[in-house]
Design a protein around this ligand. Structure first.
Ligand SMILES: NC(=O)c1ccc[n+]([C@@H]2O[C@H](COP(=O)([O-])OP(=O)(O)OC[C@H]3O[C@@H](n4cnc5c(N)ncnc54)[C@H](O)[C@@H]3O)[C@@H](O)[C@H]2O)c1
Length: 296
């Protein structure tokens, strides 16, 4: 897709991390940017930073992507302010280590609500106008966990779903001649606030449950891997290049893709799931599990 100065990009989860990186990248290309997030304070800081840094116009919208009405309101606000929207990045996401198999469902509902329903709501809110205006571009943020389970059950499930529906959207758009380009972003570790997702736990789901036993050991190492991960700016550059080239897959971490391929080789051979797979950035998983068991 060709972008021109004054085009409009909407980014959810824009107050922090990858979303802020994406918003900055589109602003640097001369786009006006609509920043959406539940974090009102973070939004204002981000919007001011982008407007002064790039001389573009911004609109901040406090929006909870897990709620259809909130995302529809975001689309209306964007249309009222700027008219047409050319790019939508459905990026907001959370993770929880409290998705117990035997405990409360609230963490599952939260993760699926933001990561999966947030993407469904975002596509449904903006796609009809894009079709009507003759084109646009949608980027959905999944994760390498959308191709390789092993992070946490609810996160893996939400991200597999995002990969699947985004592939469906790509195919439907191509077959229908909508001229709406589609990409799915599947990163490994990126230096963001994702490990502190609990800061956005919604009070309407009750008290935030404790992590599953041993999860703090995993969290410790994942936190380190995230802190040493790729910068959001580098990830945003890859997304921007994919959009310009109409490339569906955005893989910032080829080493993780190799792992996903090896999982598929195992699947094709009918092998049972590997218990301990080497994961880039983490200690050998046998050691990690041993440390978890010692702490129980
Ligand atoms: N950081 C990583 O290593 C990594 C890897 C793969 C995928 N991802 C994905 O990248 C996306 C962005 O996360 P990040 O890593 O930048 O984390 P982050 O915590 O820095 O940013 C997430 C943003 O989403 C916002 N948010 C949370 N709940 C929301 C809701 N209900 N509605 C609207 N906004 C909400 C937060 O306030 C925050 O600004 C997520 O979908 C995440 O799953 C991250």
């Amino acid at each position: 897709m060709e972008l021109t100065k004054g085009n409009v990009a909407v980014v959810t989860g824009a107050a922090s991390g990858i979303g802020l990186g994406l918003a900055d990248r589109f602003a640097a290309a001369g786009c006006n940017v609509v920043l959406a997030d539940v974090d009102a304070g973070g939004l204002s800081t981000a919007a001011a930073q982008l407007a002064s840094g790039h001389g573009i116009e911004t609109l901040e919208v406090v929006c909870d992507v897990s709620k259809e009405s909130s995302v529809q309101a975001l689309a209306s606000r964007a249309r009222d302010r700027f008219g047409a929207v050319q790019v939508v990045c459905n990026n907001a996401g959370v993770q929880s280590s409290a998705d117990h198999w035997t405990g409360p469902l609230s963490a599952w509902n939260w993760v699926m609500g933001v990561n999966f329903w947030g993407v469904v709501h975002g596509v449904r809110a903006f796609l009809p106008a894009m079709i009507e205006q003759g084109g646009g571009y949608i980027v959905n943020t999944a994760s390498i966990a959308g191709l390789l389970p092993g992070f946490s059950a609810s996160y893996d499930a939400s991200k597999h779903a995002v990969v699947a529906i985004t592939e469906d959207l790509y195919r439907t758009s191509q077959q229908s001649g909508w001229n709406v380009g589609v990409s799915v972003l599947c990163p490994g570790w990126v230096r963001t606030g994702i490990m502190d997702s609990g800061r956005n736990w919604p009070s309407e789901l009750g008290e935030q449950p404790e992590g599953v036993p041993g999860s703090e050991v995993v969290a410790k190492y994942v936190r380190r891997a995230v802190a040493e991960g790729t910068t959001p700016a580098a990830v945003a550059d890859l997304v921007f290049d994919a959009l310009k080239a109409d490339r569906f897959w955005v893989f910032p971490h080829p080493d993780f893709v190799e792992l996903a391929v090896s999982r598929w080789q195992d699947i094709a051979e009918g092998l049972n799931p590997v218990l301990f797979r080497e994961v880039p950035g983490l200690p050998p998983l046998e050691e990690l599990v041993k440390e978890m068991l010692e702490g129980l």
